[in-house]
Every structure is written in structure tokens, then in C-alpha cells.
Design a protein around this ligand. Structure first.
Ligand code: UD1
Length: 421
């Protein structure tokens, strides 16, 4: 086991490369199950722990997988041997639930261990299951598993009570092999959904409206493997953007389409950051003192919940009182006590956090309770006095490719050290 040691106080300088998006790679890997023949070739796949879990899962289902040792993955799903996701894998990664739609469509049956409560909220899958039911599946729950069965799915008109990212993706994949047309209303519009839609299109599905709240899918009888590039990770890019702003650094970040980050860039500019949006990159320059802002997290194109902890770390350095409202997950303030132990002044009342700044942060040992909370603690460590140790870094490795190397290349004093140090 290792932990991160950060010595704060250095401005970040240089260029940081953005990896492929975890949240696009996971559904796209799952969608590879839909291909009855041919090979899929996925480019820019980020080597992250979550991606490895998804590949393990696909392999247990009979998918043949090869990689080029870099970021390309080849998958052949012609001969599937199973339709079940075991507890060990679902427990390691909640996104395992994304195999349910494609398996149900492809084999007529899918059985997955129910995802347990997760650190940032209870995260039910009722909307996924409602979607499968609307497509004609029988859904049953028992013995800790959820099972869906349907000899042939039929297209349907589905309204989502909430624009859930995972439910939209699972329904899109299931509908791809259904007879007739499926319409998803109040669909999630995240760029990762559009990336999945492009892949399904390349596999032969007629799918329209991805990136809007109404997606129309005309299912096909048979789908073939296809080539798809994973889009750059907007959450990773924005995490480095905030690190650069907080340290008064001068950094370019890319490749990244700045359109994916409209809300984050707007709010960071409102807080006083100097951000230029170039072609496929972001440029940050040192600016004056940061100002407090109010922010609420929302589904895309609103401010992403996956950036809320990092923004909170940044706002500890802003002058005045900032109000952060978390509307997407009910328990996503686990980083607050850790930031407070470093000297932040934050009060939480239900789903709102009041951050008073600027706080003088001082290094200590803090625990990463989840992926983005871990990122927030690293950001805080970069501006804290003395040494900050971040433990439980396996959470961070779920979503950030080579974060230590990337920060070191920008001049940060960050090192992986043995847990016992
Ligand atoms: C995805 C992202 C995650 C991000 C989240 C919101 C992946 C692999 N993960 O997660 O990083 O934080 O979107 O942008 O892409 N909900 C229900 N019932 C359901 C499904 C969801 O009530 O059936 C609720 C959840 O509990 C949560 C909210 O809807 O409160 C948003 O969840 P959802 O959009 O589904 O997030 P995920 O797909 O799990």
C-alpha cells in the first residue's frame, strides 16, 4: 500500500496531456457485448483500475480481448459464455451494471449482483430497470441479484423521471437490438452519451438525438464490431485546470473540447480565473486573488457533480463565502471533514456547503474517501503549507491516469511513498 506525499506551495507550469474519459470508456466497453460478429477496436482507452475491472468482467462473459500494450483494445464478442455479473466484480465497480442492457438484448437474459450502497449515496438502479420493463423484459429481484429476461425486446417510448447517465446508456444499449423504435425522453445529455451513441452508430444502430434530452433508437437484428475513439476526459482536464488556478500556475491542458466544460469554465472565470480556450486545449495563466462564488451541481450541461469536491478545495482559497449546493448525489460531502482538518472553514447543512475563504491550509494526513474527494485533497495539498499525506489512493487510481507523473511533470512536489512512512 502506498500513500501520496505532497509538499505544497509550487505553482504548476507546463503542459498536461488529457487521457481518454473513464465514463465514456466503461459504457463503450460494455456495448461491445452487442456485436454478434466482427471485432471492435477501441482507441484512447485509459488504463485505469475501473477499466481493468470492466475488461475482467467482459472476459468472464466470454469476450476475447487483446490490447496493443498502449491504449487500443480489441474485443470479439461473437461467442458469449455467460450472462451473469458476480458480486466480486459489481462490488469492485458499480458501473458493472452497464453490462445488463447489452446482455439482455444479446442473450435474452442478464443477472447481476445488486450494486450495494456506495460512499457518495445510495445510488439505486430503479430507472435502469423501469427502462428494461418498458422494453418488454421481466425483471425480478432476489437473493441479492437482479435478473431481467426477455426473448425479444420491443421498442418503447420511455420517459426517465431523472436524466440518469447510467440508465440512459443501459436503455440505449438494450434498445439497439430491440425490434422497432425506442424513444428516451428526459435522457441524459453528457458528452459520454454522445460518444456511446457514435459507437452504436458505427456498429449499425440508427440512433439520433444523443446530446439532447430526446434520443431515438431504431434497433437492428444484428450488430457488428466497430472502431471508436474514446473522447478526452473532461473531469480529468478540469481537475488539472483547477490545480493550475489554485497554485497561480501557467498550464496548457489538452486535448480537450472546451465545449464539454462550459459550465466549469464559466464558474471558474466568475471566481476570477484567467482561462483561454484554444483549439482543443485550455490555457491557464496566473490571475489576481480568487473571489467567492455560488454553485449548484446539475446534470449536463450544468456544473458536474464530479467536479464539486475539487471546486470546494479551490474555493477554500477564494475571498468571501461560497455556497455549494449538491443536487445530484445525497451524500457527496465526505471530503469536507478532511478539508477542515487541513484548516478549511466549511459548514454543511443538508445538501449545502458554505465555504469561507481564504483559509490557510496546513499539511496533515487525510484519507481519500472516494475518487473525486481524493482529487480534492491533492488540490488542497498543492497549496497547503508543509507536507500533506493522502491515504487510500486506490480510489484516485480508479479515475486518474498516472496522476503523480502528470503532476510531477508540471513541477509539483508529489511522490508516492510507502504507507508506513
Ligand atoms: C455517472 C458517472 C458518475 C457521475 C454521475 C453523475 C459513470 C460510470 N459514472 O454515474 O461519475 O457522478 O454519472 O454525473 O458514467 N438514480 C436513481 N435511479 C437510477 C439511477 C440513478 O435514483 O436508476 C439517481 C442516483 O442515485 C443519483 C442520480 O440519479 O442521485 C444521478 O445518477 P446517474 O446519472 O445514474 O449516475 P451514474 O450513471 O451512476
Amino acid at each position: 500500500m502506498t500513500k501520496l506525499r505532497i509538499r505544497g506551495g509550487r505553482p504548476l507550469v507546463g503542459h498536461v496531456p488529457v487521457s481518454g474519459a473513464k465514463n465514456a470508456a466503461l459504457p463503450i466497453l460494455a456495448a461491445s457485448l452487442l456485436a454478434g460478429d466482427g471485432e471492435s477496436r477501441l482507441l484512447s482507452v485509459p488504463w485505469l483500475n475501473d477499466v481493468v475491472v470492466m475488461l475482467d468482467l467482459l472476459q468472464t462473459l466470454g469476450v476475447e480481448i487483446e490490447t496493443d500494450g498502449a491504449n487500443t483494445v480489441y474485443l470479439r464478442a461473437g461467442n458469449l459464455s455467460g450472462c451473469e455479473a458476480p458480486y466480486e466484480l459489481v462490488n469492485r465497480m458499480r458501473a458493472s451494471v452497464l453490462i445488463m442492457g447489452p446482455l439482455l438484448a444479446r442473450l435474452g437474459r442478464a443477472r447481476i449482483s445488486l450494486p450495494g450502497g456506495c460512499a457518495i449515496g445510495s445510488r439505486p438502479i430503479d430507472l435502469h430497470l423501469k427502462g428494461f420493463t418498458a422494453l418488454g423484459a421481466d425483471v425480478t429481484v432476489g437473493h441479492g441479484f437482479v435478473e431481467a429476461e426477455a426473448p425479444q425486446l420491443r421498442g418503447a417510448h420511455i420517459y426517465l423521471d431523472y436524466p440518469s447517465v447510467g440508465a440512459t446508456e443501459n436503455i440505449m444499449m438494450a434498445a439497439s437490438l430491440a425490434t422497432g423504435t425506442t424513444i428516451i425522453e428526459n435522457a441524459a445529455a453528457e458528452p459520454e452519451i454522445t460518444n456511446l451513441g457514435m459507437y452504436l452508430n458505427n456498429m449499425g444502430v440508427d440512433i439520433r438525438g444523443c446530446g439532447t434530452d430526446r434520443i431515438e433508437i431504431r434497433g437492428m437484428e444484428h450488430l457488428k464490431g466497430a472502431t471508436q475513439t474514446i473522447i478526452p476526459d473532461r473531469i480529468e482536464a478540469a481537475t488539472y485546470l483547477m490545480a493550475a488556478i489554485m497554485t497561480q500556475g501557467q498550464v496548457t491542458i489538452g486535448p480537450i473540447d472546451s465545449c464539454y466544460l462550459h459550465s466549469a469554465i464559466a464558474k471558474l472565470r466568475e471566481a476570477g480565473a484567467d482561462i483561454e480556450t484554444g483549439e482543443d486545449q485550455l490555457i491557464v495563466r496566473p490571475a489576481g486573488p480568487l473571489r467567492s462564488i455560488d454553485v449548484q451541481t446539475l446534470p449536463y450541461p450544468g456544473f458536474p457533480t464530479d467536479l464539486q469536491p475539487q471546486l470546494m478545495a479551490l474555493l477554500t482559497q477564494a475571498h468571501g463565502a461560497s455556497l455549494i449546493t449538491e443536487t445530484v448525489f445525497e451524500n457527496r460531502f465526505l471530503h469536507v471533514p478532511e478539508l477542515c482538518r487541513m484548516g478549511a472553514e466549511i459548514k454543511v447543512i443538508e445538501r449545502r456547503a458554505l465555504v469561507r475563504g481564504p483559509a490557510r491550509l496546513t499539511g496533515t494526513t487525510v484519507a481519500a474517501t472516494d475518487l473525486r474527494a481524493g482529487a480534492a485533497l491533492i488540490l488542497a495539498g498543492l497549496v497547503a503549507e508543509g507536507e500533506t499525506y493522502v491515504t487510500e489512493t486506490y480510489h484516485i487510481n480508479r479515475g486518474y491516469v498516472k496522476i503523480v507523473d502528470k503532476l510531477q511533470a508540471l513541477g509539483a512536489d508529489v511522490e508516492q511513498v510507502p504507507e508506513a512512512d
